[in-house]
Design a binder for this molecule. Sequence first.
Ligand code: GTP
Ligand code: MG
Length: 243
Amino acid sequence: MTSDEPRDTLEAAKEALEGKGLTAGNIEAGRWLFAQPCDFVRGSTDIENLPPPGAPEVCFAGRSNVGKSSLVNALTGRNTLARTSNTPGRTQELNFFALGPKGYPALTLVDLPGYGYARETRSRVEQWTKLVMAYLQGRVALQRVLVLIDARHGLKDSDHEVMKLLDTTAVSYQVVLTKTDKLKAAEVGPRIEEVRQGIRRHVAAHPKVIATSSVKGEGIAELRAEIASLADPEAFRYKPRSE
Ligand code: GTP
Ligand code: MG
């Protein structure tokens, strides 16, 4: 959602989100934060080559092709910030993006390479696990891992495996369904419920599941609000001095 959206749409979204326990303040914070500049910082293929930790970080994890890079683009309202593709395995490095008012990064978004691509070689899978797990276990700035699940397919074995690994780390994670536009409206609720049941055995999983479509914009305002609650609160007070 953008600030030039008609007023009644914004009001309707606010009411719907308030029903999900988010206040108008949360929603406004999310809208404001994601309207700020967002810049690519670095793509890291090596754990020794990460940017120095700064602002709080939120990363996007999930199977190959689930829509991680598309979700980064939808949240930031930019089509080409993160590179997307029909071919699984597009993102091969940890891509860092700084979000916030100019000169004050409020949050770092991290687009991760996907897992679970069936045609991947064993050594590539091991490489992914090593790099991503080293990042997840050792990153002090990391506030939350968003584990993306394709709404058409629900939880797969590889998702449970990754969540099991995450259960052993100290970082909290939250499930986000993607591509809800590919389901009939009546199928979305039951899929959310099924996933909610499926993650109950994972001790560190955030209980709230957010359903999104990067194509249709569903759930984007809600996810922005959720992520904004993890940003550096000082950034919201930051106003560049006028010349
Ligand atoms: P890897 O980097 O390869 O792990 O993939 P990824 O998870 O970053 O997926 P990406 O964003 O590249 O999207 C994969 C494909 O799914 C692309 O063809 C996107 O256009 C499509 N896609 C992503 N999000 C949505 C969505 O919400 N709805 C629909 N219909 N298609 C989507
Ligand atoms: Mg990607």
